[in-house]
Design a protein around this ligand. Structure first.
Ligand SMILES: *Cc1c(COP(=O)(O)O)cnc(C)c1O
Length: 385
């Protein structure tokens, strides 16, 4: 076999600047609003709130910080249960531990790969029996796809338990025409470097509860009380976003819609080019939802191919292509080894199957078509052997 030198690495998801960010950063420099906070932060918060259709947004240093603030606002304390999607990044659940809470993990269902209403119902029924209801439910929208919000919200309302929607990956997505991230009492988005838009690092907490979001701002600024000296009665955090980074965010927000269209187009090309391979099933898009297709993901049908996901990943790596396993379910993580977990059906754990069979492909909004064809050829070669 002739070794070919492949110089250009293709990444999973890269930052994609609009060119407008520098205007906002320059403004900040010229007015010396380098820190703390400042006009870019205020404007960024208003722009996001308007865009997703909520009353208030608080810009913070990460999506993880936004989840932590939401849990803190809901009064999660030592020993409190929090129901949480299992099929997600660890950042969803880490803040439960920061508060001393106990996560209880809920499986996915096949139509959205997100939280299973039947598993959630089972977890609630059990909690009622044990007289230990959760204080919050964290619902995740993976890879841009909204969870089955109607069903999930109805269950949480029935038990009168508030929802935090982890929309870190689904900014720009919608469920029945309403923005993803706006279905719970609190929603969070992330602007980490690999997300659909980025501030290099950052996040935002959104809600229609304006009064409690004022409290979030206060908690995120060391819980500093309005007094002529430094006065504090509560434990606070240093979680606010800098005025420079908010400037990047404003430049990115202007092109969010284009970024969503570009990622959806990346998905369409994969789908078109790989339909001939019978072992591939792409992550579905639920009827009446609109996914930003942050990452294109598919599963391999084990009955139709002997190739495993690990082997496919190795082949892509040899081609200098960065692809990844889908998230390893949190209930399978050593960190959460003794944590309670409710599966979709009694003997069927959907997210475990997805983990075994699933892969995420390079999906950047600035992915060149030639590069994408390189990924496609690599997959075709491996799977049509
Ligand atoms: C990225 C991500 C987060 C955390 O966001 P950060 O800004 O990196 O802290 C939380 N949940 C999910 C599902 C994510 O993908």
């Amino acid at each position: 076999m002739v070794e070919t030198l492949v110089s250009n690495r293709i990444y999973l998801s890269t930052p994609h600047m609009s060119g407008k960010e520098m205007n906002y950063i320059n403004e900040a420099f010229q007015s010396n609003w380098i820190a703390p906070l400042g006009p870019n932060v205020d404007a960024f918060e208003k722009e996001i709130a308007r865009m997703v259709g909520v009353n208030e947004a608080v810009a913070v240093s990460s999506g993880t910080a936004a989840i932590h603030l939401a849990l803190s606002l809901l009064g999660i304390q030592r020993g409190d249960y929090v129901f949480c999607s299992s099929f997600t990044f660890v950042a969803t659940a880490n803040p439960i531990l920061y508060q001393g809470g106990e996560p209880v993990f809920i499986d996915s269902e096949p139509d959205t790969w997100n939280m299973s209403p039947s598993a959630l119902e089972a977890a609630f029924k059990d909690a009622v029996k044990k007289k230990r209801l959760p204080k919050a439910v964290i619902i995740v929208n993976l890879y841009g796809q909204s969870a089955k919000m109607d069903e999930l919200v109805a269950i949480c309302n029935h038990y009168d338990v508030p929802i935090i929607e982890d929309a870190a990956e689904s900014l720009g997505s919608a469920y029945k025409g309403k923005a993803s991230g706006t279905f719970g009492d609190y929603g969070i988005y992330s602007f980490n470097g690999n997300k659909i838009i980025t501030t290099s690092g950052g996040g935002v907490l959104v809600s229609n509860h304006e009064e409690t979001l004022k409290k979030a701002r206060y908690l995120a600024t060391q819980a500093k009380e309005p007094a002529p000296y430094y006065q504090h009665s509560e434990t606070g955090f240093n979680y606010r976003l800098s005025n420079i980074l908010a400037g990047i965010g404003r430049g990115q927000l202007e092109v969010l819609e284009q970024r969503v269209l570009a990622r959806r187009n990346v998905f369409q090309i994969y789908k078109r080019e790989l339909t001939e391979i019978p072992s591939i099933s792409f992550m579905p898009e639920l009827k009446d939802t609109y996914s930003n297709r942050w990452l294109t993901a598919f599963t391999l049908n084990e009955r139709r191919t002997d190739v495993t996901i690990s082997e496919l990943l190795q082949t892509l790596e040899k081609g200098n292509i960065e692809a990844r396993h889908v998230w390893k379910p949190l209930h399978m993580q050593p960190l959460f080894k003794d944590t309670r977990y409710y599966s979709h059906q009694e003997n069927e754990s959907i997210c475990e199957q997805l983990f075994r069979r699933g892969i995420c492909l390079p999906s950047s909004s600035n992915l060149a078509v030639d590069d994408q064809m390189r990924v496609i050829d690599c997959i075709k070669n491996k799977l049509s052997q």
